[in-house]
Design a protein around this ligand. Structure first.
Ligand SMILES: Cc1cc2nc3c(=O)[nH]c(=O)nc-3n(C[C@H](O)[C@H](O)[C@H](O)COP(=O)(O)OP(=O)(O)OC[C@H]3O[C@@H](n4cnc5c(N)ncnc54)[C@H](O)[C@@H]3O)c2cc1C
Length: 411
């Protein structure tokens, strides 16, 4: 007997990418689906991701793609293989959003926006009969296992045949995901790894000069090294320190090092395409009477930000010897003293431990309740990996629900 014939009711709590994908797969499988969200409308973080162009996924081969999920790669692999980047691209294009591959291999919709995609998606969900219940704040379960929601009209209870929780992480809480589910689940006996910022900026004790004059300016085409990992890309100087794609790529390792040792040393190579000898040769061609700033500008097109960053890293008196100066440019150490708070992070590390869910993402201590999206304990750099895993786990949880309902088991 299929879920369609039984017309089982499934509650999806959380209307982000993971919850909405779960709703689509469930409704296509014949379930009667209601999506509850505490916000006045769904998909707010998804829309926010659209402000940066909506990096949906990445075009690299699946093996390096999966490796981006670090320790969680083993658990996520079968779920992402079931909804791989190619399928996600086809899905977006099915919703009239043509995609393209950017120069870094990242995949975006041609509109570089989330709103047309979300609009088309919600129309499809409506056609499938999915009901949306905004302003429903999930509070947990009562003693009988009924879902409790706070609404504008007071508290209400729902007893579905199965539940998908897709409540997101704890970054950008004003968009709806606050991570307050962690307490509720822990009290139910679910193991939850502490929620931590991922893909966030770091604190640097800048001088007043750098903070006041250069905050908001990018360092383009640099290479950042932490430990043995070197990343090419862009970083942005902020009033607090540094942020940006290349920083985020190292952020998990930097975060853990700061937690263990109190600070972390990040090395910046300001001219990663040139060897130190080449830089030294160009510097040596400049007349010795010129100021150091002028030599750097004329020989190597160093911007005022880059020159001041060298002083910040190596001290005010930079070496005038070309070879030593070239070495300073190839490796400028910055001490990172902290990570920006989770409220300002792009994503969240930690969450429901994979040991607490079965291969269908069902909570072992609460049969019939499935978990999807960023609230699971995985993290990944920016590059489309966050949305890809959110969509894939949403679809996987929904398939798990359908399999369970088809065997006749209800919550
Ligand atoms: C600024 C920014 C830019 C980003 N850009 C990208 C990008 O380009 N590419 C990429 O891959 N990723 C990006 N991300 C990350 C990506 O948006 C998230 O990983 C993704 O939205 C997670 O999906 P989710 O469905 O798990 O959670 P969410 O999108 O957070 O959705 C969870 C939903 O649950 C609801 N909810 C939470 N608690 C409750 C409750 N108790 N009761 C009822 N409802 C509740 C929330 O209101 C929310 O609607 C970006 C994130 C940010 C902040």
């Amino acid at each position: 007997m299929t879920a369609a014939k039984l017309r089982r009711h499934v509650a999806v709590v959380g209307g982000g990418p993971a919850g909405l994908m779960a709703a689509e797969v469930l409704a296509e499988g014949g379930a009667s689906v209601t999506v509850y969200d505490r916000m006045p409308s769904v998909g707010r973080k998804f829309l926010m991701a659209g402000r940066g162009g909506l990096n949906l996924t990445h075009s690299e081969p699946l093996e390096p793609f999966l490796a981006r999920y670090g320790e969680a790669a083993g658990r996520l692999a079968p779920l992402i293989e079931a909804l791989p980047p190619s399928a996600l691209i086809a899905w977006a294009e099915g919703l009239t959003q043509e995609t393209f591959v950017g120069s870094s291999g990242r995949v975006f919709p041609k509109t570089l926006k989330a709103s047309p995609l979300l609009r088309a998606w919600l129309a499809r969900l409506r056609e499938l009969g999915v009901e949306l219940r905004p302003r429903h704040d999930w509070l947990g379960w009562d003693a009988k296992g009924t879902l409790r929601f706070r609404t504008t009209e007071g508290e209400t209870a729902v007893s579905p045949d199965a539940t998908v929780l897709a409540l997101g992480g704890a970054s950008w809480p004003k968009l709806g995901s606050t991570g307050d589910w962690a307490d509720v689940l822990e009290k139910s006996g679910v193991a939850v790894s502490p929620l931590k910022p991922a893909n966030a900026g770091f604190d640097v004790a800048w001088s007043d000069l750098v903070r006041d004059r250069f905050a908001g300016q990018p360092l383009k085409g640099v290479a950042l090294t932490f430990g043995r990992v070197r990343v090419r890309g862009e970083a942005m100087v902020t009033r607090h320190g540094l942020e940006g794609g290349a920083v985020y790529a190292l952020s998990a390792a930097l975060r853990d090092a700061i937690a263990a040792q109190g600070s972390a040393k990040l090395w910046i190579d300001l001219r990663p395409d040139a060897r130190a000898e080449e830089l030294a040769a160009k510097l040596a061609q400049q007349p010795a009477h010129q100021s150091l700033t002028n030599r750097l500008r004329k020989a190597l097109h160093m911007t005022p930000l880059e020159t001041n960053l060298l002083r910040e890293a190596h001290g005010k008196d930079l070496p005038s010897d070309p070879a030593a100066l070239a070495q300073a440019i190839k490796g400028a150490p910055l001490t990172l003293t902290g990570m920006r708070p989770i409220e300002r992070a792009i994503s969240t590390a930690g969450g429901v431990a994979f040991g607490s869910v079965d291969e269908n993402l069902m909570l072992t201590v609460r049969p019939g309740v499935f978990v999807a999206g960023e609230m699971l304990d995985w993290e990944a750099p920016t590059g489309g990996y966050l949305l890809q895993a959110s969509f894939a786990t949403g679809a996987a949880a929904a398939k798990g629900v359908l399999r369970r309902l088809e065997t006749g088991v209800v919550q």
